[in-house]
Design a protein around this ligand. Sequence first.
Ligand code: SAM
Length: 236
Amino acid sequence: MKEWEKWLDEIDLSLHDKQKEQFQRYYETLITWNEKMNLTGITDEKEVYEKHFYDSLLAACCYPFKNVRSLVDIGGGAGFPGVPLKICFPHMQLTVIDATKKRIQFLEHLVDHLSLENVNLLHMRAEDAARDERYRDSYDVAIARAVAKMPILAELCLPFVRKNGVWIALKGKAINEEAEMATPAIRALNGGEMDEHYFELPTEASDRHIYVVAKQNDTSCAYPRKPATIKKQPLG
Ligand code: SAM
């Protein structure tokens, strides 16, 4: 994909040949598996590079991923944004958590096919994984795209973040009201102020907003609550 390197250059990212090849293999694997299971509605090569790969890497404009040792992607689906970030920053330990078994099976194949190391794939609900001491209050960064609205997403993501780490939420258009509604949840989960970053995709120019919240202290034993409770009564 020709424009790809120019787009990355504009956000101060560059890739070695091995990483370029990993992205191309990712695209091909996604398209092949998408014929037998529903992984993405976007299949045109340029659109996958722009709306999945580039979109995922915009997180690196909001936080210094070269200093991140551990990343957890909550509801990673076909691997976005966790896998593009792992390809770009291979030193990181990546965990992807998803409640859908088929998507985890796709990721198992992908990780093997791309020879990615230090990747942990968990077929679990985030609410259950966050109660496990191995994952709770442990990660430098918890990230999510297209999983839930902010008040719910806060409770799915912040419990994984270590003190002084961050939660990063990738969103499309501005979600001022939704973001504001998450304030009580963020406070209850020991998150600090929310920083907002705005971008446009390089060719089709649609909006992207990324929200970053630092964790100020370990998670109270009250959280996360049970999935049905989180859904019925988002913190607020
Ligand atoms: N993040 C990917 C992306 O941006 O393309 C996938 C988005 S897809 C719309 C939402 C994914 O979140 C699904 O794969 C679903 O199984 C997963 N998911 C939703 N709620 C979850 C939860 N509580 N725990 C784990 N996975 C969850």
